[in-house]
Write a protein that binds this ligand. Structure first.
Ligand SMILES: CC(C)(COP(=O)(O)OP(=O)(O)OC[C@H]1O[C@@H](n2cnc3c(N)ncnc32)[C@H](O)[C@@H]1OP(=O)(O)O)[C@@H](O)C(=O)NCCC(=O)NCCS
Length: 178
C-alpha cells in the first residue's frame, strides 16, 4: 500500500490487476479523449510499464481501490511525461465509468500531489490532456492546479497543461490548517 485517503487505498499494480483494469481502460466512452481504447494486451503492457516505473523512478500510476471492499476502480499517480518537449512530473488519473463524479479522482490526485511534494524535489507538478477533456482539466483544478498553456501535438491535436508549484501547494495547505 502506498497511500490512504478517507475512502481510498492507492497501491502498486500487479499483473493480476488486468481483469479489473480492462473494464476501465477498454471502455470507449471513458477513453473518448484518447487516440485508442485498450485491448487486453495493452492493459497488460500498461501494468508492466507502471511496475517498471516503480522500480526505476520510485513512483508510477498506482491502483486506486475502495477502502471498504478493496475493489480496484481506477489508477492515479505520478509519472514522467514528455510535455511540449520537456520531461516533467505529471499527475494522471483514470476512474471506471460507474464510479465517476463521486470525487474519487480528486481525492486520489490530492493524495498523489501531497505525496509528490513530500517525497520528491520537483518544484512544479503538472497534468496534461486533450484540450476538450473537461473532466480531466476540472480534476486538475480541484487539486489547486491552474492553466499553464495549450500547444499543438500529434496525439491530441491540442494539449492542455495545468500545474501547481510547491509554493502554491504550501500556501494552500497552510491556509487549510490555520
Ligand atoms: C477525469 C476523471 C479521472 C475524473 O474522475 P472523477 O472521479 O469522475 O472525478 P471527480 O468526481 O473527482 O471530479 C473532479 C472534478 O472534476 C469535475 N468533473 C468530473 N467529471 C466531470 C464532467 N464529466 N464534466 C464536468 N466536470 C466534471 C468534478 O465536478 C470535480 O470538480 P469540482 O471539485 O470543482 O467539483 C474521469 O472522468 C476519467 O477517468 N476520465 C477518463 C480518463 C481520462 O481522461 N483521464 C485524464 C487524462 S490522463
Amino acid at each position: 500500500m502506498v497511500l490512504e485517503t478517507k475512502r481510498l487505498l492507492l497501491r502498486e499494480m500487479d499483473p493480476d490487476d488486468h481483469q479489473a483494469l480492462f473494464p476501465l481502460l477498454g471502455d470507449p466512452e471513458t477513453m473518448r479523449h484518447y487516440p485508442y481504447t485498450f485491448d487486453v494486451q495493452r492493459v497488460k503492457d500498461w501494468i508492466e510499464w507502471n511496475m517498471n516505473r516503480y522500480q526505476k523512478d520510485g513512483f508510477g500510476l498506482w491502483a486506486v481501490c475502495l477502502k471498504e471492499t478493496g475493489e480496484l476502480i481506477g489508477d492515479c499517480g505520478l509519472t514522467l511525461q514528455n510535455i511540449n518537449g520537456k520531461t516533467l512530473p505529471e499527475i494522471g488519473y483514470h476512474i471506471r465509468r460507474d464510479c465517476q463524479r463521486k470525487g474519487y479522482a480528486g481525492e486520489a490526485a490530492k493524495a498523489v500531489r501531497d505525496w509528490a511534494f513530500r517525497n520528491t524535489d520537483y518544484p512544479i507538478l503538472y497534468s496534461y490532456c486533450k484540450y476538450t477533456n473537461v473532466p480531466s482539466i476540472k480534476t486538475a483544478e480541484s487539486i489547486g492546479m491552474q492553466f499553464v498553456c495549450e500547444y499543438p501535438d500529434e496525439t491530441n491535436g491540442t494539449t492542455h497543461v495545468s500545474s501547481i508549484s510547491r509554493k502554491e501547494w504550501l500556501d494552500e495547505i497552510t491556509e487549510n490548517t490555520v
